[in-house]
Design a protein around this ligand. Structure first.
Ligand SMILES: Nc1ncnc2c1ncn2[C@@H]1O[C@H](COP(=O)(O)OP(=O)(O)OP(=O)(O)O)[C@@H](O)[C@H]1O
Ligand SMILES: [Mg+2]
Length: 577
């Protein structure tokens, strides 16, 4: 019930089409029920009484009736497909939009495969339900009703017998249907597994090759592929049986009806025409009964899927703007962390504990610390992807929770270890955060990032397509595009999270040079593994297990002879043996 209510806003704008579809379905049902009457004049007047005028009449009327039926059937199919498609299209769009409105926390909590399957499989099932449930409910129930009336009208004792066989036929059909559904669901699951194996190998081909994992991957694939074959054969055995089985059951009933009807005709209590109309009605009811027997399962499947879809749509973002939150314009003097603590959802351990520090406008602040000490978490809080569990982050004295978060992020330039490039042109990738940038501005940003040379060497320059995940570029080139992307935003704060640690020495040098140039004219928060890259920073923060352990300039920290000095000694040993 709840899910039906949730669907209402999607159905409402289409209420006129839905009404039209219902009217057309009623007509289709009437035609389906009334057509069996054609058998009576054919048998009684043409074949038995040998009336030539009736022959001509019947020959004329048959095409006309079928033409009309064709128009109604087509309109009905068109309207129902239209409704199924348009409603799921709208839900799909809402899902995509809603996913983008959710906070990062949601995506770490959920498996992407699960979300994808809701976007695809569940939506298809829902569409199926929207398209077929009303059809079975209105058209087929009405058809069966009309056919029953016809049968009662002709011979109520027979009709009563026939009425009793309906639940029997429906239950056989539903048992078979259940079997089909189970095996179809299982094969879909296996299909999903196979699909993800393909995906895994396609994405990880480099590792597959480097580790000679080809035969291992193939062997695992074969096991599942065999399982799919067996499951599909089980499915087809059930499908192949259901048709002939129903035919055989039908033949038994037919034999009984012919036996009884034959006696009635021989006793002149019934005309052969009426008998054939009766028999025709009985068999015409088969397809609609088959559909009605699937009605409940289709409805249930659609509702389960609707539920899974609405679960996603009902998710609330964890970071929410205050109503009428003002836009963040730019950093004027100071960014301040004030006793900030944070732990990730469901975690006991603090990722950051009681952290306080200041970044002056124009300053470059370096951040170092062992792996897992909370450096990246710092970035997430700065970008307001999460809110601190305790404490505040202030920009020019104002809590960042009081600003509109989109305007805040618009002024943060982020360069991470992993550069995500989209399957689009160089220029579109660079102007991601600033879609109104002019070509000149893009070129300038590329020059600052030391990327203009290699971009202009690409076959179509700025308009070169980067292919899937930017595979056409080297690590250093991708990184420089990421820097250009951030520079173009003219950020109030440039955040570098190990921006060079994925690169070889040569690319690191050029990226590092580009970064230093950018940092000079920007307020920068630079996280680094290699201490050499932040040595010149005005202030260095040293993190350890979520706490700010030390801070100061390079010289001060060396003199302190604490964690920083130890890290420095280790790196000197490994770099300069
Ligand atoms: N999504 C998450 N859910 C739960 N815990 C997390 C999550 N991300 C990080 N953590 C935990 O928070 C702590 C800090 O992680 P963070 O990524 O900030 O470390 P880091 O200093 O950036 O490390 P590295 O140098 O390896 O990048 C770690 O203990 C980590 O296990
Ligand atoms: Mg990190």
């Amino acid at each position: 019930m709840h899910n039906l209510r949730r669907l209402k806003p999607y159905l409402k704008p289409h209420s006129r089409r839905i009404a039209q579809a219902c009217v057309v379905m009623v007509f289709v049902a009437i035609f389906n029920g009334a057509m069996v009457w054609l058998l009576k004049p054919v048998v009684d007047y043409v074949f038995i009484k040998k009336d030539p005028r009736m022959l001509a009449g019947v020959v004329l009327i048959i095409p006309i009736i079928f033409l009309t039926k064709m128009i109604f059937t087509y309109t009905q199919a068109y309207l129902m497909s239209y409704l199924g498609q348009i409603i799921t299209q709208e839900i799909r769009e809402d899902l995509f939009r809603h996913l983008h409105e959710l906070s990062l926390e949601f995506f770490w909590r959920s498996r992407s495969g699960d979300i994808l399957s809701r976007l695809t499989n569940d939506l298809t099932r829902l569409q199926d339900g929207i398209q077929f449930v009303p059809l079975y409910l209105v058209r087929d129930s009405l058809t069966v009703l009309i056919l029953l009336v016809v049968m009662f009208f002709i011979h109520w004792q027979f009709a009563l017998t026939a009425l009793f066989t309906i639940p029997f036929a429906a239950s056989v059909l539903s048992v078979l249907g259940k079997k089909l559904r189970t095996s179809s669901r299982k094969s879909q699951e296996i299909m999903g597994e196979l699909y993800s194996r393909f995906q895994e190998s396609l994405q990880g081909m480099l590792v597959v090759k480097a580790f000679n994992y080809e035969s291992g991957a193939i062997a695992r694939f074969q096991i599942e592929n065999d399982a799919l074959f067996n499951q599909m054969m089980r499915y087809f055995r059930a499908t192949a049986l259901s048709g002939p089985l129903m035919e055989f059951l039908g033949s038994l009933i037919m034999a009984a009806v012919i036996w009884q009807g034959g006696k009635e005709i021989l006793a002149f209590k019934m005309t052969p025409g009426s008998f054939f109309v009766f028999l025709g009605s009985f068999f015409a009811a088969y397809a609609p009964i088959k559909n009605i027997s699937q009605l409940n399962s289709k409805l249930q499947m659609a509702l389960v899927s609707a539920d899974r879809i609405f679960q996603v749509l009902d998710e609330k973002p964890s970071v929410v703007d205050k109503p009428l939150a003002p836009k963040f314009e730019s950093l004027k003097s100071l960014i301040e962390f004030e006793n900030v603590s944070f732990r990730y959802g469901g975690q006991e351990r603090w990722a950051l504990r009681n952290v306080s520090f200041k970044i002056q406008a124009g300053q470059t602040v370096g951040v170092v610390g062992p792996s897992g000490s909370g450096k990246t978490t710092l970035v997430y809080l700065m970008l307001r992807l999460f809110d601190p569990s305790e404490g505040r982050i202030l920009i020019d004295g104002k809590d960042i929770r009081d600003y509109c978060s989109a305007s805040l992020r618009a002024k943060m330039g982020l360069v991470t270890q992993e550069t995500v490039l989209f399957n689009d042109t160089v220029s579109a990738n660079v102007s991601l955060g600033n879609p109104h940038a002019t070509e000149d501005e893009i070129i300038e940003a590329l020059k600052i990032a030391d990327a203009y040379d290699f971009v202009s060497r690409l076959e179509n320059g700025l308009l070169t397509h980067l292919g899937d995940r930017g595979l056409k570029l080297s690590g250093g080139e991708r990184q420089r595009l990421a820097i250009a992307r951030s520079v173009l935003k003219k950020p109030s704060l440039l955040i570098l999270d190990e921006a060079t640690s994925n690169l070889d020495a040569a690319s690191e040098k050029s990226v590092q040079a580009a970064l230093e140039r950018v940092s000079k004219s920007n307020t920068t928060l630079s996280i680094a593994h290699r201490l050499s890259s932040i040595k010149n920073a005005g202030k260095i923060l040293v993190f350890n297990r979520g706490e700010l352990a030390e801070s100061g300039s390079h010289e001060e920290l060396i003199a302190l002879n604490g964690l920083y000095a130890t890290l420095d000694r280790f790196q000197k040993i490994s770099v300069e043996p």
